[in-house]
Write a protein that binds this ligand. Structure first.
Ligand code: ADP
Ligand code: MG
Length: 244
């Protein structure tokens, strides 16, 4: 997917400034940057949860010009191709784990219930939660909840999975379970865009790093260059030393 010249303001304050980026298919792109720099707004724009005032967005065969109105059809197409995973999981509290995973494919994609159920169980197995299929979200740890949220996203077969600080609410050991699942998806070449504060993980998993500060792209490139000890940008080296 590609963004060109994206601008977004809230109440007259510009929070995304002329963002031009490529988020490659079948790769893992990690977005980092200080709090309030615009990372969530950028990620949410990819799913059309936010509407930039201007800019172009290309997602496989879809092309969107943000300065024009977005049709319902475009909105549904973008939502179909992008799955969002939130920091606080957003599971349906009154549905079981397997129902959380199968709800979308049954209700939205109108898929065959039996097949969806079977695939849902396979996805739960993939994230290490086959035994929790009939549990309710309140019976899960944070790490388990987030893995259900990832399985739920996978069940929709989006082209890209977008994750906004998926482990920020978790203790380190629970975080590790989730990072393990993400590393596996990355290895399977699922296209991922991950916002995270975990630079250690970013370094391990990223094919590409994007550093955003004050609504602007400061760095867009190779993790190796970003973490280079001779990092020439003082803004980046200051950020890295503050975070590690
Ligand atoms: P990050 O995810 O990097 O912490 P955000 O994208 O959440 O940054 O926010 C970027 C800026 O936009 C911040 O100044 C934030 O206060 C502002 N902002 C985000 N969402 C809204 C909103 N819905 N209404 C008004 N301001 C917002
Ligand atoms: Mg955020």
């Amino acid at each position: 997917m590609q963004l060109q010249g994206l601008n977004k303001s809230f109440d007259g304050q510009q929070v995304l400034k002329d963002i031009t980026l490529e988020l490659p298919e079948k790769k893992t792109t990690v977005i980092v940057g200080p709090s309030g720099s615009g990372k969530s707004t950028l990620l949410r724009s990819l799913n059309l949860l936010e509407r930039p005032e201007s800019g172009h967005y290309e997602l496989s065969s879809l092309a969107i010009d943000f300065s024009h109105e977005i049709s319902t059809k475009q909105l549904l197409n973008v939502r179909k191709k992008t799955g969002m995973v939130f920091q606080d999981y957003n599971l349906f509290p009154h549905k079981t784990v397997i129902q959380n995973v199968t709800e979308g494919p049954i209700q939205v994609l109108k898929k065959n219930k039996k097949e969806v159920h079977k695939e849902g169980l396979a996805l739960l197995d993939k994230v290490g939660l086959a035994a929790k299929a009939d549990a309710y979200p309140e019976q899960l740890s944070g790490g388990q909840s987030q893995r259900v949220a990832i399985a739920r996203s996978l069940a929709m077969h989006p082209e890209y999975i977008l994750l906004d600080e998926p482990t920020s609410a978790l203790d380190p050991e629970l975080e590790a379970e989730v990072l393990h699942v993400l590393a596996e998806l990355a290895q399977e070449r699922q296209s991922l865009v991950i916002v995270t504060h975990n630079l250690f993980f970013a370094r391990q998993i990223a094919d590409k790093i994007i550093f955003i500060e004050d609504g602007q792209v400061i760095f867009d490139g190779d993790p190796q260059d970003f973490f280079d000890e001779n990092q020439k940008s003082s803004r980046i080296s200051r950020f890295i030393s503050a975070m590690t």
